[in-house]
Design a protein around this ligand. Structure first.
Ligand code: G6P
Length: 486
């Protein structure tokens, strides 16, 4: 049956493991996007989620015709997938949007890059074709993230009757960074996005970057009145009549994803989290805690966070033996050499700090480099101080989750680079993510913040963090999309 609400995302709500005896076992997919969307879609009967087959088990499930209701996996040829996902999405678009190039050496846009771009286009086309096939007349399609930036334009060509939205979960690159991309590719990217009726971002900083690039580029246009009421956005009318997509009006709006407090508390109260908490408490005693939880993504700035902690210990010896930095850095994208090197740099620096300051009775840094959600939730519960210092980040849900869960109230040290900065800055201690000394000072201020102040701030932070939980985040976009004149 044709669907009326469709989501397209690289990662699906579940993934299959293929056992040695040939049986397939389903397990829940990972990451914030997946948990947010899964909760939101559970409330949309008949919705369909189109995703890529990621594991050998997923590919086998597609071959055997095994499918969960509401999910369709696309078995994209592995070389094409690898070039699109690791090559373009995670090595070019992700680096561009996070301003993370090592300029003297990268990026290099050569023939190999052109081949990868061909694969990225083919991968986007596979999604657009599947959506065109599955969508009912006039259906709403919500496309997710930088992996699928070309889908809106492609789908518009195939199915002009659909209402199409795209949501970017990362920052959007400033015009200067986007201009590094070869001109024809940048134009394809902008027009791909402008094929949507509605473009969503986490904050105005990223939405304005997008609008700035579109205005300054071949997709020149202007803002016009007419956004649906209740939507925080701007209607953009592109002026190029020769546009590759015959669709010239796009609403650009902001939907800051928040957290579901009840669900988070339920998860944090499970027995395995209690067990982890007890183990950690036994290991650190009544010492104060500075907590951080991240994927080992280059944007998370874990190394500078550790340098700041080292500087705190160097400049404020009164903390020796009295504080522990609990860092959970679970591995991400280990197929890419930059990520492997970064993960190693984090391990090395943590070991150096322990060698420099540790004593038989006190290990200053407890680093865990594994995907252990129960441990992360235990860390949230015991956080006195939360350190969230990304150089640039779409939203950063950790900054929103910790205040909801922390038992004694936590002081949040938050960088200006986090998408969450705009909503949380009033009650956080804010830092420039590159300024290690300022971060060290903010850690000291956070550790010495009076208990009542800490508790009051934590309460306000939790309120701000939960103002648009995933289900509401999704339905608000759906309402805005349905309000688009068709
Ligand atoms: C980062 C980005 C998200 C993206 C996710 C994909 O966290 O900020 O926007 O959706 O990575 O992660 P994956 O593990 O699927 O590559």
């Amino acid at each position: 049956m044709a669907s009326q609400v469709l989501v397209a995302a690289n990662r699906g709500p579940l993934s299959y493991d293929l056992d040695s005896d040939g049986t397939l076992g389903a397990r829940r997919g990972g990451g914030g996007l997946v948990s947010g969307l899964s909760a939101a879609l559970a409330e949309q009967p008949g919705a369909l989620w189109i995703c890529a087959a990621l594991s050998p088990g997923d590919r086998e499930a597609v071959r055997r015709g095994v499918a969960e209701p509401g999910v369709r996996m696309l078995d994209i040829d592995p070389d094409t997938y690898n070039a699109a996902y690791n090559g373009i999405a995670n090595s070019v678009l992700w680096f561009t949007h996070h301003h993370l190039y090592d300029i003297p050496r990268t990026p290099v846009f050569d023939a190999a890059f052109r081949r990868q771009w061909g694969a990225y286009t083919a991968y986007n086309r596979a999604f657009a074709e599947a959506l065109a096939e599955e969508a009912g007349r006039g259906a709403c399609v919500l496309v997710q993230d930088y992996h699928l930036a070309l889908v809106p334009g492609m789908l518009r060509e195939l199915r002009p009757d659909l209402r199409i939205a795209h949501f970017t979960h990362t920052p959007w690159a400033s015009h200067e960074f986007l201009q590094m991309l070869p001109d024809d590719i940048r134009t394809d990217l902008l027009w791909g996005m402008l094929g949507a009726d509605l473009l969503g971002f986490h904050t105005w900083a990223w939405a304005h970057s997008f609008l700035g690039s579109a205005r300054l580029d071949d997709a020149r246009g202007t803002a016009e009145p007419g956004m649906p009421s209740g939507t925080d956005g701007e209607r953009y009318v592109a002026k190029n009549p020769n546009s590759p997509v015959r669709h010239l009006r796009t609403d650009v709006a902001v939907f800051p994803l928040g957290v579901d407090a009840d669900e988070l508390r339920r998860l944090a109260g499970r027995p395995e989290v209690d067990e982890r908490l007890a183990e950690l408490r036994a290991a650190i005693g009544d010492r104060r805690t500075i907590v951080r939880v991240d994927r080992t993504e280059l944007s998370k700035n874990i190394v500078r966070g550790l340098l700041a902690y080292r500087e705190l210990l160097a400049t404020r010896p009164e903390w020796h033996g009295r504080v522990v930095h609990l860092a959970s850095a679970y591995p991400s994208r280990q197929d890419l050499p930059e990520y492997r090197a970064y993960t190693q740099a984090v391990r090395d620096l943590a070991a150096e700090i322990n060698a420099e300051y540790g004593t038989p009775a006190w290990e200053p840094v407890l680093l865990s480099v594994q995907d252990d959600f129960a441990r992360s939730l235990a860390l949230y519960r015991m956080a006195d101080v939360a350190l969230v210092n990304p150089v640039r980040d779409g939203m950063n849900l950790v900054a929103k989750e910790i205040p909801v869960i922390s038992e004694a109230g936590c002081a949040l040290v938050l960088s200006t680079g986090a998408g969450a900065y705009g909503e949380l800055r009033a009650d956080a201690l804010t830092v420039n993510p590159y300024d290690v000394s300022a971060t060290a000072e903010a850690l000291h201020a956070a550790l010495t913040m009076p208990a009542e102040d800490r508790a009051a701030r934590t309460k306000r932070l939790a309120t701000a963090a939960t103002s648009l939980p995933p289900a509401a985040w999704f339905t608000t976009q759906l309402t805005a999309l349905r309000a688009v004149p068709n």
